[in-house]
Design a protein around this ligand. Structure first.
Ligand SMILES: Nc1ncnc2c1ncn2[C@@H]1O[C@H](COP(=O)(O)OP(=O)(O)O)[C@@H](O)[C@H]1O
Ligand SMILES: CC(=O)N[C@@H](CCC(=O)OP(=O)(O)O)C(=O)O
Length: 299
């Protein structure tokens, strides 16, 4: 069916709007964190994969870091293992770690790799063990106690934080036409595996690569204020105030922290956007309006 004149004009305008952004982002690295809550159905996952293929094709370097919390939870439930969280981090016993590695490094990682490849891209799946990409150390979790001078440290098992990133393999892939797809599993000097929150990994990858953008795809429109209205752009000082008054809580806390750390460390901007919206990465990158919440250092 031919385009109507009105529809043709709108389409042409949107396509043409992309030009300055394409010019600005070509040759740059964009780290995209794809959260497990945004992997809702095949169509949505497919639209994400198409976006990554298109970015690479036009000369932008997407690096995908994925989560998979709900998917880990599903397999644990089938195995009759309870999911427990402390400060948003999964309590990870040796048994749970095996499941985490199976789901993140296996099922979820290969699903995304496959979808990118099906859409004409060349994806390479990596865990932090491949090419010794993610060096981890055990995460020390502080329990909130009345005496905050001496917070109690609690052991939540094989949960890690990023100690160091070996960018060699990423540099190699970025120079080629491969799209790296990273599962957030780290390893220490002794070869032990660690389960790392995917937001933390994406933030650190963006920092070490001095990425142009860190895009966090989640299951909400972006950062919301007390009345539930979307905050489209805010500075680091404004974020601090929202944390202090409790507007930002739960799973949004680590997300905001790594978005802030990334911009402090030189990433030009961090974005929290709605992964439930098809092609939200493209809308963020290539339209004047953008989508979701922008966090930058300078505003
Ligand atoms: N101020 C806020 N604005 C938006 N979401 C918030 C806010 N405070 C807490 N949240 C919660 O944070 C959640 C996103 O974090 P999380 O569930 O960990 O996402 P993901 O699984 O994508 O990493 C939202 O669904 C929402 O329930
Ligand atoms: C330590 C820790 O909590 N790790 C996460 C890793 C996956 C993740 O971060 O997934 P989402 O981004 O989909 O939430 C977990 O086990 O669920």
């Amino acid at each position: 069916m031919p385009l109507t004149r009105k529809r043709a004009m709108t389409t042409a305008m949107v396509l043409s709007q992309a030009l300055p952004y394409l010019q600005r982002f070509v040759g740059k690295t964009i780290v995209v964190k794809y959260g497990g809550n945004a992997m809702i159905d095949e169509e949505l996952k497919n639209s994400f994969a198409r976006d990554m293929v298109m970015l690479k094709l036009v000369g932008i370097n997407p690096i995908v870091v994925h989560g998979g919390g709900p998917q880990i939870g599903e397999l644990l439930a089938k195995l009759n293992i309870e999911s427990k969280f402390v400060n948003g981090m999964r309590v990870t016993t040796s048994e749970t770690m095996d499941v985490v590695e199976m789901v993140l490094g296996g099922l979820v990682n290969k699903d995304i790799v496959n979808l990118i490849n099906q859409n004409g891209g060349k994806a390479i799946g990596l865990t932090g063990k491949d090419g010794q990409l993610l060096h981890a150390r055990k995460l020390k979790v502080k329990k909130n106690t009345p005496d905050m001078q001496q917070p109690e440290i609690i052991d939540i098992g094989h949960v890690g934080e990023v100690a160091r990133i070996n960018t060699q393999v990423l540099d190699m892939l970025t120079r080629s036409d491969f799209i790296p797809v990273i599962a957030p599993i780290g390893v220490d000097e002794a070869g032990n595996s660690y389960n790392i929150n995917a937001d933390l990994v994406a933030g650190k990858v963006a920092e070490v690569l001095r990425a142009e953008k860190l895009i966090l795809l989640t299951n909400i429109e972006g950062l919301l204020d007390k009345e539930g209205k979307l905050l489209t752009g805010l500075s680091t000082a404004e974020v601090d105030a929202l944390i202090a008054d409790g507007t930002i809580h739960g799973g949004m806390l680590p997300k905001i922290r790594c978005a802030l750390d990334a911009v402090h460390a030189g990433v030009v901007s961090s974005h929290i956007i709605d992964g439930r919206l098809a092609h939200s990465t493209m809308l963020e990158l290539f339209t004047d309006e953008g989508v979701g919440t922008l966090i930058s250092d300078g505003r």
